[in-house]
Design a protein around this ligand. Structure first.
Ligand code: CAA
Length: 380
């Protein structure tokens, strides 16, 4: 596969790199400490076109392909994975889902503002007892003729406290199992909708993660995405693309930690020479470099599959599985290369190590990716 990048793709990569260096790097440690991310930075990402990268320009997006999107995700994630998860959820799960399966009215009403970054969205599938086992939805959306009455709780929702639009997966007809699930667009101001407590997290602490409570929320029928009963398929199809975004995030976290370790190893001296001259360190760098390049190839492959209109469920799952493992391994090794300094916040790698862990968990754990991959391999 030829992954040579076009001039446009190189420009997008550079724009994301510049934004990450000039806007995200200052304050990234403080944001992690305080668990905050300023709305002005989200707004700037919107102005630069990062919030609706793959959305058609007629709906306010940047009209770019998935490969451009993963290039930007990698660069943003090298510096600030809290920022990049907001970008990923808004792009892959919310905008893509609405553009692909929404009605023209839904696109005009919601997508145009989401893609321009005027507002951000959240994707609400997980529940206290439905994480990996996503068909076990307890949130209900009872059909009341012209509207659905939604009740239940959603957990670990990225952008939960600041989103204006929520794509909510809920069970309408229990007897039909996953074929009785619907996807509904819920607005922040709908009566009965409540933002629950904010999570105090190990990593991606600048991103906003909340539980959400639904208490007799009346959602108009025109806010259903797709046909009655399409909600679970909607979630699965949307997550298949979302996993490419998270794979790119994991790749960026790994590459960010590697770049710091490489630079440090050429400056820090021990036993009379730069530590890079010790084979113990040089071999770590060789392993990191090799694994990151392998992960990058898988991420680009999945993005190119999506852009080419090929099935990307398998390649996206492989990219996420492998890139998230590489992110974890690389960040742990980067902390080791930096030694005592690696354990100190000022050097960034301990944060990247904490951020890496979530990439093995959200949008389908590594174990779920192995289910997806093995089913695909066995059914081939
Ligand atoms: N595309 C289209 N349809 C799909 C699909 C896909 N990729 N994967 C499954 N389906 C369909 C199946 O074909 C089946 O439909 P039919 O019966 O009509 O054939 C239906 O969905 C149910 O599928 P399964 O029988 O395979 O269901 P399962 O119970 O065995 O579970 C699973 C499948 C892959 C394990 C799924 O439950 C899963 O992906 N779980 C993980 C959920 C997840 O990723 N959660 C992340 C939360 S979102 C998040 O993290 C966002 C964030 O904020 C960062």
């Amino acid at each position: 596969m030829d992954f040579s990048l076009s001039e446009e793709q190189l420009m997008i990569q550079q724009a994301a790199k510049d934004f990450a260096q000039t806007e995200l790097l200052p304050g990234v440690i403080e944001r992690d400490d305080a668990q905050t991310f300023p709305n002005e930075l989200v707004k700037k990402m919107g102005e630069l076109g990062f919030m609706g990268m793959m959305v058609d320009e007629k709906y306010g997006g940047s009209g770019l392909g998935t490969l451009s999107y993963v290039l930007a995700m990698e660069e943003l994630s090298k510096i600030d994975a809290s920022a990049s998860v907001m970008v990923s959820v808004n792009n892959s799960l919310v905008c893509w889902g609405l553009e692909t399966y929404g009605t023209e009215e839904q696109k005009q009403k919601y997508l145009t503002r989401l893609a321009a970054g005027e507002i951000i969205g959240a994707f609400c599938l997980s529940e206290p007892e439905a994480g990996s086992d996503a068909t076990s939805q307890k949130t209900t959306a009872i059909d009341k003729g012209d509207h659905y009455l939604v009740n239940g709780t959603k957990n670990w929702i990225t952008n939960g406290g600041r989103a204006e639009v929520f794509l909510v997966i809920a069970q309408t007809d229990t007897a039909k199992g996953h074929k009785g699930i619907n996807a509904l667009i819920v607005e922040k101001d709908m009566a009965g909708f409540e933002i629950g407590p904010k999570e105090n997290k190990l990593g991606i602490r600048g991103s906003d993660t909340h539980s959400l409570l639904f208490n007799d929320v009346k959602v108009p029928k025109e806010n259903r995405i797709g046909e009655d009963g399409f909600g679970f398929k909607f979630a699965m199809k949307t997550l298949a693309g979302g996993r490419i975004g998270i794979a790119a995030q994991a790749l960026g976290i790994a590459a960010g930690a590697y770049e710091i370790a490489l630079k440090y190893s050429k400056e820090r001296k021990a036993f009379g020479t730069e530590i890079a001259n010790h084979q113990a360190i040089a071999f770590k760098l060789a392993d990191m470099h090799t694994k990151i390049q392998a992960a990058r190839n898988l991420v680009y492959q999945a993005a190119c599959d999506k852009d080419a209109g090929n099935d990307y469920t398998l390649s996206g799952a492989m990219a996420k599985l492998y890139a998230s493992e590489v992110a974890m391994e690389t960040t742990v090794e980067a902390v080791q290369v930096l030694g005592g300094n690696g354990f100190v916040k000022d050097y960034h790698v301990e944060r990247l190590m904490r951020d890496a862990k979530i990439t093995q968990i959200y949008e389908g754990t590594s174990e779920i990716q192995k289910i997806v991959i093995s089913r695909s391999v066995l059914n081939a």
